[in-house]
Design a protein around this ligand. Structure first.
Ligand code: HT7
Ligand code: ZN
Length: 858
């Protein structure tokens, strides 16, 4: 498959002012008649032909200005038509088979309903069209079909007409806002809605609806409330008002990603809509609020202003992720949300940035765009914009975003347009800062400090490591929030912003107290790695006293990372191990009983760094050793602080169920305390977990208990797994949890368990949520995936090969777990590489999997 380059961008030769789509709907067969008005684009190169993209389409008929169209050819899957004049009307009929569409792109059937997914290139699976984001058109959609099968007919914009024709009925929808084809959506099915309304800041009433299957209606309240909160927040925080008379959300159970921001008709994975306390965890509730916000915010950052080409994906995704992160920060605990976001960045994006699939947030080339919906484009993209906000301050940043929305409303824009608007609106010079868009790799900062008299001289050296296709890098602009603490108890620390912009930056601090401790990259103000020699006592001091919650979390993490990396690297003597463990026991002990902390934050400080994050700290890692050391530390902490953990568990268990921060925090620390107890004393912890399971009046507690039990080889484990299955067997989202809990367990036989679960009657490769619940959980389980026998690698490679013909996008998303082979000890690395090669040698691979596997083999 051909590689496409950003530098080759050319505007499309034709404009498509109006698009009329007529759907005669059926699950097995749908007929689509597209009537396309086309006219020459005066600002593009003249062309005598128009290329309409297609993907596996059956062309039934084609007319140009009402007559048979002689001058057309197929070029691969695309339809190329000769056009002699400046404007024409093309009428194209295609036949689709939604039930046979297992890729879940284009029009497909899910659970008896029809729905669409068009981003990035799914519209070309519906009709022939210039399926690129810079071709904007006004859509009018008519759909008809059996009323019994599809009582509800939805599309973008506002419903303008409807009627009945015998057993069939029809509806017409018109979207007044010109949009690219990737934002088109249609849904037809037997659905019911939770309805509500929202009055916008200019006083317009908007009808809101969340559409689900009848039995799911009681679990839609949180989604609706989240939507209204998001609408209010976007008005107050970014001055953005909604612009149609209605806003519809539909939940579907077969979906490749989390959700999709189609104009006025968002389509969601059921996972991000349905919740009640009995079936959804606190994490699920937060996820729903975040994703509902994210898709809603796209109405401005993505829909009103879209992307010129897919290389600009981070323009809408990075900005919208930042917007959803700020929204969630404002709706709950801001520090905890920040810590969670950094944890995701460092456990998913940092490994991506240091591996064979590293790419800048604005990539230069791709073969398959679906492979670029990555943590780099989304999460690092958000961090890059967050840095601009940090440098400008929130008020000036808002001036920049106001200018961006005003300048580019109605356009298909570029990342460069965004940066220029922030530069002009916020009054920043971002010339050098733009490197964040073009250079991949996580910058590494080395800090040396030297004292002379009262002065503390800091030397920051930055280095951006080489990444595929980018051997040498230029210094980046890196804003670091810092504060100096006096361990002697002097003046409270004041925060300042140090902006690094060269390979070496020196900063002198006058009158630095003798026992000064530097707190660095507070709030994680820049997405970088920091290397510095810092005494264990200083880290322990920051872990207990830093007034920046993120920095406090970070100090605790560093304390643990320092110990585990040394222990797993075999460079630690016995004395030093004891000293390190003692320091961690002491710091964690203080955290468990610090009554200035709320429980949500206490939970963050109790978390040990993940194995993936620990592996990232080593050039070559042995996952088994790291895992073993991490478990040993957990057991040591569980034993040394056993009484405190039990007391915490008891205190938290006495807090009645509520959805406020205090009760959520109590549930969080309860299951964490249980996990530490389980590591130290599995027999006693089995009883505690059993009790927690029985007493649970919500899914957070029940899942926490089952997770603890699942790692212990005990009779309670089997009984509770059976109970959980029987209790929830009619609810696919909860059965997904049942699969995931077992696949991520630390049980010695986890590999056998996953093999058996793949043969369970409820397992299917056709549902992405189910596939992810079993295999993504397993691929993230260091103990199972990195099994010394290589079975874990074989299972994931077998999965990729089996899934690729059915759902290429989902299959390709499993490749990166094998692609880390260069950073793993040689024996395992060889087995991982061999599995990648086995996939590469398969006779017929999708473009998605082919690209990921060849890049990973490098
Ligand atoms: N913008 C949406 C991306 C998306 C998607 C991409 C490829 C294949 C399927 C997909 N479903 C949704 C989601 C978002 O970022 O809001
Ligand atoms: Zn998005």
């Amino acid at each position: 498959p051909a590689e496409i380059f950003r530098k080759d961008y050319k505007p499309f030769a034709w404009r498509m002012p109006n698009t009329f789509l007529d759907f005669q709907l059926g699950l097995d067969e749908t007929l689509v008649t597209a009537t396309l008005e086309v006219e020459r684009n005066p600002v593009a190169e003249v062309s005598r032909t128009i290329r309409l993209n297609g993907d596996g389409l059956e062309l039934v008929s084609l007319h140009c200005d009402g007559a048979d169209c002689e001058g057309h050819t197929m070029d691969g899957d695309d339809l190329v038509i000769s056009l002699s004049g400046d404007s024409h009307t093309l009428t194209i009929v295609t036949r689709l088979a939604p039930s046979a569409n297992s890729q879940l792109m284009g029009l497909y059937a899910s659970n008896g309903m029809l729905c669409t997914q068009c981003e990035a290139e799914g519209f070309r699976r519906i009709t022939f069209f210039p399926d690129r984001p810079d071709v904007l058109s006004t859509y009018t959609v008519r759909m008809s079909g059996p009323k019994a099968l599809f009582p509800i007919l939805l599309s973008n914009g506002n419903r303008t007409d409807s009627g009945e024709e015998g057993e069939n009925h029809w509806a017409e929808w018109h979207d007044p806002w010109p949009k690219p084809s990737y934002l088109f959506a249609l849904v037809a099915g037997d659905l019911v809605a939770r309805v509500d309304s929202f009055t916008t800041m200019s006083g317009r009433k908007v009808d809101l609806a969340v559409w689900v299957r009848d039995e799911d209606l009681p679990r839609t309240e949180h989604a609706m409330e989240s939507l209204k909160r998001a609408m209010t927040w976007d008005e107050e925080t970014f001055g953005r008002e909604y612009d149609l008379d209605c806003f519809n959300i539909v939940a579907v159970s077969d979906f490749n990603m989390g959700a999709m921001e189609n104009k006025g008709l968002n389509v969601f994975n059921t996972k991000y809509v349905l919740a009640d306390p009995e079936t959804a965890t606190d994490g699920d509730y937060d996820g729903i609020e975040g994703v509902i916000g994210h898709e809603y915010f796209h109405n401005w950052s993505g829909n009103r202003i879209t992307c010129r080409d897919w290389f600009q994906l981070s323009l809408k995704e990075g900005f919208t992720v930042l917007r959803d992160q700020l929204f969630s920060q404002d709706m709950g605990s801001a520090p905890v949300k920040r810590i969670e976001d950094v944890r995701v960045l460092r456990s998913v994006q940092f490994p991506e940035d240091s591996g064979p699939l590293a790419h800048p947030i604005r990539p230069d080339s791709f073969r398959e765009i679906s492979n670029f919906y990555t943590a780099t484009v989304y999460n690092k993209g958000a961090e890059v914009i967050r840095m601009m906000r940090t440098m400008a301050g929130p008020e000036r940043f808002r001036k920049g975003t106001d200018l961006y929305f005003e300048r580019h409303d109605g356009e298909a824009a570029t990342c460069e347009d965004f940066v220029s608007a922030i530069e002009d609106g916020a009054g920043l010079d971002l010339k050098q800062f733009r490197l964040w868009y073009s250079q991949a790799g996580t910058p590494r900062i080395k800090l040396d400090s030297e004292r002379s008299g009262d002065k503390l001289e800091l030397t920051f050296r930055q280095e951006v490591p080489p990444t595929p296709g980018q051997d040498t890098k230029q210094p980046m602009v890196i804003p670091l929030k810092t504060a100096l603490f006096d361990r002697g108890g002097g003046e409270p620390a004041k925060e300042s912003l140090v902006v690094l912009d060269s390979a070496e930056t020196k900063v002198t601090i006058e009158d630095a107290p003798e026992n000064a401790v530097l707190s660095l990259n507070r709030g994680f103000s820049a997405p970088v790695r920091i290397e510095r020699d810092i005494a264990r006592e200083d880290l322990a001091f920051l872990a207990m006293h830093d007034d920046d919650p993120f920095a406090r979390y970070e100090a605790m993490q560093d304390l643990v990372v320092g110990h585990l990396v040394e222990a797993a690297g075999g460079t630690q003597g016995d004395n030093s191990r004891t000293e390190a463990e003692d320091a961690i026991v002491q710091a964690l002990g203080a955290i468990l009983t610090d009554d200035r902390l709320d429980d949500l934050m206490r939970g963050e400080l109790m978390l040990l760094p993940s194995v993936t994050y620990l592996m990232e700290q080593l050039l070559i890692a042995d996952p088994a050793l790291i895992h073993a050391e991490r478990e040993a530390l957990k057991a040591k902490l569980g034993a040394s602080l056993g009484d405190s953990f039990k007391a915490l568990h008891e205190r938290a268990a006495a807090v009645p169920f509520a959805m406020d921060a205090a009760a959520k925090g109590a549930r969080k620390v309860k299951s964490l305390a249980l996990a530490y107890c389980a590591a130290a004393d599995p027999v006693r912890a089995s009883q505690m977990a059993d009790e927690q399971y029985d007493r649970a009046d919500n899914m957070t507690d029940r899942q926490g208990a089952l997770m603890a039990l699942c790692g212990i080889d005990s009779p309670e484990r089997t009984a509770r797994l059976l109970d959980f299955y029987e209790r929830y067997k009619g609810n696919p989202l909860v059965i997904d949890k049942w699969f995931a809990i077992q696949a991520s367990s630390l049980h010695p036989q986890v590999v056998e368990h996953v093999k058996a679960l793949a043969d369970h009657p409820d397992f299917t490769l056709k549902n992405p949520n189910r596939v992810r619940s079993l295999y993504m959980a397993f691929a993230g389980n260091p103990h199972g995936f990195h099994a010394a026998s290589g079975e874990g690698y074989r299972m994931i490679a077998d999965l990729i090969l089996a899934l690729d013909p059915l759902n290429a996008q989902t299959a390709a998303r499993f490749v990166p777990s094998l692609g880390r082979w260069r950073r793993i000890e040689p024996k395992r690395a060889g087995m991982m590489q061999a599995e990648l090669q086995r996939i590469a040698d398969a006779p017929k691979l999708s473009r998605d999997t082919y690209e990921q596997v060849t890049r990973s083999l490098g």
